[in-house]
Write a protein that binds this ligand. Structure first.
Ligand SMILES: Nc1ncnc2c1ncn2[C@@H]1O[C@H](COP(=O)(O)OP(=O)(O)OP(=O)(O)O)[C@@H](O)[C@H]1O
Length: 604
């Protein structure tokens, strides 16, 4: 009997291997249950059919009443039944989705060529996340799970989890996946590098595999079932790559659309059919205005790094996409917001986008993980370059495996990035740069060159601060400290990911005094040593008032619905109690009520 999730998957694989095969089965078909495969191009949407079992969305197009019934109906057979004969299913026009699936490239193929490949994606210190404080608020919060085997994601997704070498869910996954699988709207805040991408992708993929959906009503228009919005092109590409791995051989097709790349190629991809569309807001608005994408069939909406999208001025586009086009309203679609930081503005947006949602905070909101050793050094503007060179020399001397560890250097301006890159190269340090004035091709080339270790130093503006998951970034240098502490949290979060440790060094001087206090608070909270001189700056700036988007609340946001000032503003208080846990050992912790006066929480 299998004793762990990994054992169960192994057992499943062994069983599959033991199955007698009468003839050669091509690799892309090997994980498909032979008995349930429909004939090519047949329209099939029986009650137990999943996307994998269909040649497309064979269910009827219910036309006029597309938003009728509660949201869960979509997942429990909406549009199912009567699908036979309804016209050949999804994408029939181009030969059917199955044809595309047969050509599905193996998204894991590159992993084996990875220069720094590891046997297991458990990280050297994965258990470091276990004791992290977790808080949930909202009505009827589904209980967390401890293992992947407890979550019924389906055999195909389980195999992909194993291919990803994930052994157990991270804390945010333990909580968020059951919440999302229960069909609940979710606002989830968890530390950088803690696995949020999989936390929203797994339930979406699994929901699409299980659901029954009407077939797309018009040709030449893409009707995705799920939309994942992210602020930057690189992050959208990364989510796309991840989602393709999670959805490999499930029949769920993931397409990405982002600016700066030829739109025609993206249109062709969309025409081949799309279940999950990953997009940046600007390019998506373009596609919607060209009427090449319709959001009318969206059942899942995920906003990754939602706060950053507002910072970048995307709010009008996001509101247009979510509220002014044809997307089903909250309560019909399922909406999830994920970030490591949630300033007040985004919590207000959440009230418009989410319906009776659960607020989940894993670790203190806006905190950095204590896997990252943070150092702040006092460096005058004019000394920054030579100081950086000292750090890089020291690092080169300590290089492991004959390879120089990757170093990410953040600067404030695009010009500053160009000039520092040039200076580093002139001084014998192989560096490249990424910023918004570079062409998309240059940006992608720079990232690739950095990831592969060809240029182990990347100079970047905030375009690389959010979400990018680059293995083996050992050191993040804040050559220029950002004015907003949330940006600092995301920047340093490019190291110390998935349980690994990392180092972050910041060059502080007079110009940064406005963030002294939030920086000192953040470091203290992450159990870092705060230099005495920084504490003095912090004490001074508390009187002057530093920019603090967290509204004076020391640990930043918490569920905004709890703020009395907010509720006095005439907005309904959805808050219906909260649960608090400081670990996973005691399931009883989730039943403990929170919110009464005098109860200590992770936030206080
Ligand atoms: N269960 C798991 N086991 C092992 N590794 C995991 C697991 N889940 C995710 N990872 C890995 O952890 C890394 C970080 O994941 P991800 O990029 O989703 O983090 P994140 O929380 O979105 O970070 P950020 O806030 O910076 O966007 C990735 O390399 C991912 O493959």
């Amino acid at each position: 009997m299998p004793t762990s999730w990994a054992d169960s998957v192994s057992a499943a694989e062994n069983l599959a291997a033991a199955r007698p095969r009468s003839s050669y089965v091509p690799p892309h078909l090997r994980n498909r249950p032979p008995s349930t495969d429909p004939p090519a191009h047949a329209s099939y949407a029986g009650p137990a059919a999943s996307v994998q079992d269909q040649s497309g969305y064979g269910g009827p197009n219910v036309g006029g009443s597309r938003w009728t019934g509660p949201r869960n109906d979509f997942r429990s057979g909406y549009g199912g039944g009567g699908g036979r004969g309804s016209g050949g299913g999804w994408n029939n026009r181009t030969g059917g989705w199955d044809r595309g699936r047969d050509r599905e490239a193996n998204p894991f193929a590159d992993d084996d060529a990875e220069p720094f490949v590891e046997p297991e994606n458990s990280g050297i210190n994965f258990d470091a996340y276990e004791d992290i404080p977790v808080e949930t608020s909202g009505d009827n919060v589904p209980p967390p799970v401890n293992t992947f085997v407890e979550i019924d994601l389906g055999e195909a997704v389980n195999l992909n989890i194993r291919r990803c070498k994930y052994v157990k869910p991270t804390p945010v996954q333990k909580h968020a996946i059951p919440i999302a699988l229960a069909g609940r709207d979710l606002m989830a805040c968890a530390q950088t590098g803690s696995g949020k991408t999989a936390a929203f992708c797994f339930p979406i993929i699994s929901g699409i595999m299980r659901g029954q959906f009407p077939r797309p009503p018009r040709p030449r228009v893409a009707f995705p079932l799920a939309l994942i919005l992210s602020p930057t092109r690189e992050l959208s590409c990364q989510i796309h790559d991840e989602a393709k791995k999670f959805a490999y051989q499930t029949g769920v097709r993931v397409v990405v659309a982002y600016g700066g790349a030829p739109i025609n190629q993206q249109l062709r991809e969309l025409e081949r059919g799309v279940h999950i569309l990953v997009a940046t807001p600007g390019r998506l608005v373009d596609l919607l205005e060209r009427a090449r994408v319709s959001l009318q069939m969206i059942r899942y909406l995920a906003l990754d790094e939602a706060d950053r999208m507002l910072d970048m001025g995307f709010e009008p586009q996001i509101r247009k996409i979510v509220q002014q086009m044809d997307m089903p309203p909250p309560g019909v679609r399922q909406t999830m917001l994920f970030s490591a930081t949630f300033p007040k503005e985004i919590q207000r947006l959440a009230l418009d986008f989410l319906s009776s949602y659960i607020f989940l905070a894993v670790g203190r909101v806006g905190s950095s993980t204590d896997l990252i050793v943070q150092r702040v050094e006092y460096v005058q503007e004019t000394d920054k370059r030579s100081h950086l060179m000292d750090l890089l020399h020291a690092q080169r001397a300590n290089g492991s495996h004959g390879k120089q560890a990757l170093t990410l250097v953040f600067v404030e301006t695009k010009k500053g990035a160009d000039s520092l890159e040039h200076w580093l190269c002139m001084n014998g340090f192989p560096a490249t740069a990424i910023h918004g004035d570079r062409t998309q091709q240059e940006r992608e080339y720079a990232l690739k060159s950095f990831k592969t270790g060809n240029t182990p130093i990347l100079v970047a503006t905030d375009v690389a601060a959010r979400g990018l998951d680059i293995p083996h970034v050992a050191h993040v240098v804040n050559f220029d400290i950002p004015n907003d502490i949330d940006d600092y949290v995301h920047r340093i979060g490019r190291t110390g990911r998935a349980g690994k440790s990392g180092l972050a060094t910041a060059f502080f001087n007079e110009n940064n005094s406005s963030v002294a206090r939030s920086l000192a608070d953040l470091m203290q909270e992450a159990n870092q040593e705060v230099p005495a001189w920084l504490s003095r700056y912090a004490a001074r700036s508390s009187h002057g008032g530093s920019k603090n988007r967290r509204g004076g609340n020391r640990f930043g946001g918490r569920d905004f619905r709890k703020d009395s000032s907010f509720n006095r503003g005439g907005v309904t208080d959805y808050y219906g109690g909260a649960n608090m846990s400081s670990g996973y050992g005691a399931p009883g912790g989730y039943a403990a009520p929170y919110g009464g006066a005098g109860v200590t929480s992770a936030w206080d």
